[in-house]
Structures are given as structure tokens and as C-alpha cells.
Design a binder for this molecule. Sequence first.
Ligand SMILES: NC(=O)c1ccc[n+]([C@@H]2O[C@H](COP(=O)([O-])OP(=O)(O)OC[C@H]3O[C@@H](n4cnc5c(N)ncnc54)[C@H](OP(=O)(O)O)[C@@H]3O)[C@@H](O)[C@H]2O)c1
Length: 280
Amino acid sequence: MDDDIRPRATAGPVDLASAHVVITGGSSGIGLATARLLAVRGAKLSLIARGRDRLEAAANELSAAARVADVSDSQALTRALAELEAAQGRSCDVLITSAGLARPGHFLDLSDEVFRQMMDVDYFGTLHALRAVVPGMVKRGHGSVVAVSSAAGLVGIFGYSAYGPAKFAVRGLMESLRAELKPCGVHVGVVFPPDVDTPQLTEENRWKPQETRAIGGAIKPLSAERVAEAIIAGIDRRRFLICPDTGTRLLARSGSLLMPLLNREFDRRVRAVRRKHGNT
Ligand SMILES: NC(=O)c1ccc[n+]([C@@H]2O[C@H](COP(=O)([O-])OP(=O)(O)OC[C@H]3O[C@@H](n4cnc5c(N)ncnc54)[C@H](OP(=O)(O)O)[C@@H]3O)[C@@H](O)[C@H]2O)c1
């Protein structure tokens, strides 16, 4: 066995007051809210996103380092991560992958391009970041990696045939990594937010089929701050499962047992929408 990946004794939590925390998607929504709370804790922050304006605004507000990169471009992302580690004079202690994209729609209406894009950004964007920072963490026997999946990564939902599988893939990746990295002292966490009040949700709502809206019902979206608090508590306590609300926690713990009941209720809501509006 390679000496560098010899299992280590269980490490304690990363000290966020002195840690270098990299957040992909740190310029908006959940990523930005998490960055704000981490800035209060004193962390050295590095942010990655594509759009320069929002990224610079976030970096200026939080005195963070930042690099423009598309997470689906593995070379550009790896280069950005290396530059951020050099700029901060410290390796990445914590990686939070929040960069993501959701495009709901009827399966029959979605283009092949959308299916590919969800996997490229939501799944491969997470994978590329992990592949870049995990080897160093394993060598140091220390660190924390947290990926943002979704409630749509716990249960198949009408209208999410492109987004859901990408978030299921993130969950599968993190479950395997948890097992592999635990003996190396690296904490692995995965976040399952329900609807969260962010620019992504506003954009997503433009595309949601009526049936998907009916399934969501009148549940009020969580604030990004609430999800950020759950992420930080998850890092402090080295939790694998990071659920910002009770409903998602129940789904994460007992999803397969609840499936028959959930499907019955989801199907009932879809039928009601179709009776009212016809086949949408
Ligand atoms: N909001 C919800 O209801 C909800 C629910 C469950 C899970 N989630 C997940 O939570 C994560 C954060 O979402 P959010 O709601 O906070 O969305 P948001 O406010 O739209 O923020 C998304 C962030 O990701 C960046 N990003 C998007 N595509 C990127 C790419 N290809 N490369 C690099 N950066 C990229 C965005 O910046 P640029 O566009 O400038 O690149 C932005 O900083 C996502 O993974 C999302 O799927 C959200």
C-alpha cells in the first residue's frame, strides 16, 4: 500500500477559525450564505463561480480570494483550486461544493443537452473539485468535504428526470467516499436541502411543470442561512447526513420505507392537476 494513503487515526473536526475553506458556487444562494457565516467564524475563504460580477462582489464583501471557473471544466477548476491554495498560502482544509444547476421539465420535453448539462455541472462539477483536493487531505490525514445534493437526490420527483439523477449520483459518490475517507481522517458530508429561497429556485420555478408545483404543495422554502447553519454544524460535528429540516431528515433516514406512501400521495396530486388543467 502507498504510504500516503495509509489509514490514520480518527482526526478531530477542522478548526474553522483558522481553516482555508473553498466554496464552489460561493457567489450566490447557499454557497454565499455559508461563506458569510464562515467569515464570522474567521475562516480564510476562497470562492469559485463563473460570473465575475457576483463573485467579485462576494469576495469584496467577505475579504475572500476568488477565481472564475466553470466546475464542469476539470482543468480550469483544478487550476483555480491550485491558484487559490497558493494565494491563501494554505492547502484546502474544507471543500464545500455548492455550484449547481436545476432544470425541471417533462421528460418528453427536455433536450438531451439538459440531461448532459445536469450531470456535467451537478455531478462532474462536484467530482472534479473532490478529485483535486482529496489527495492532499488524505496525505495530511485531515480535512472536510461537503457536497450539496438535494431532496431530489433522495426520492424521484415528477419533473426532475434530468436534475434528480445528477443529485442521486452526488449522494452515491459521497456515500462511497465517506467509507473510504473515514479511515484517512477526512470528514465527508452530504447536504439534502428541500426548496431553498435562492436565485436558483426563482429560475427553477420558471420551468416547473404544474405537477411538480403541486407535489411541492404550499411548503415554504427554507432560507439559505438555515441551510448554511446546518452545513457548518455538520462540519463542526463531522456529520455525514446534513439535513436542514425535519422532513428531509425523515426522507433521508426512511425514504425507501416511505416510498409507497409518498408515491401514492404524489400520484394523487398529479391526477388532481391533470383533472383541473388537462395533460400539461
Ligand atoms: N435552491 C434550492 O431550492 C435548492 C434545493 C436543493 C439543492 N440545491 C442545490 O444547492 C446548490 C446551490 O444552489 P443555490 O440554490 O444556492 O443556487 P444559486 O443561488 O443559483 O447559486 C448557485 C451558485 O453556483 C454557481 N454555479 C452555477 N453553475 C456553475 C458552474 N458551472 N461552474 C461554477 N459555478 C457555477 C453560481 O454562480 P455562476 O452562475 O456565476 O457560475 C452560484 O454561485 C446547488 O447545487 C443546488 O442544486 C438548491
